[in-house]
Design a protein around this ligand. Sequence first.
Ligand code: 4NP
Length: 166
Amino acid sequence: MAKFDPSEKKISVAFVCLGNICRSPMAEAVFKHTVEKYGYSDYFKLIDSYGTSGWHIGESPDHRSSKTCRKHGVPVNHAAQQISSKDFSKFDYVIAMDQSNKEDLLHMKPRDSSTKVNLFGDWRRDSKFQKIVDDPYYGGTSGFETNFEQLSHFSLEFLKSEVGEI
Ligand code: 4NP
């Protein structure tokens, strides 16, 4: 039994990393895919991703990130954007990949905002996954695979915590 009626409220979520080309577009893609797979699209208004930096604005996801998603049957479609304090009003949750992203977001969050700022790893239930989604940019492809496995686990646990057991 779902926790709420999606005709009365819907959830909006932003995933945030540093560049918005590796981890957070993957998180957005994996979470959207999880929501669709379990039939909960109705429960979400907006699922998006951002970087704390503006270094890659307008760029498509890093080819290693999109390749890893495609390999697992997860479609990716995103253009990098930088988050700012005015974006918080659009989201119930702004979810960071690592501690540095989270600290930057907490500094940026408007004082009167009730948006929750979390690490995605806060929803971890299986300790075989590390809570922090490490920056894979300067490493090899195995970093992207590890990111994908973490993001799949966190996505399912986050979805369950929002909508109830699925
Ligand atoms: P992301 O990875 O934060 O997961 O998108 C990075 C992408 C680019 C850079 C660093 C991290 N960079 O230094 O340009």
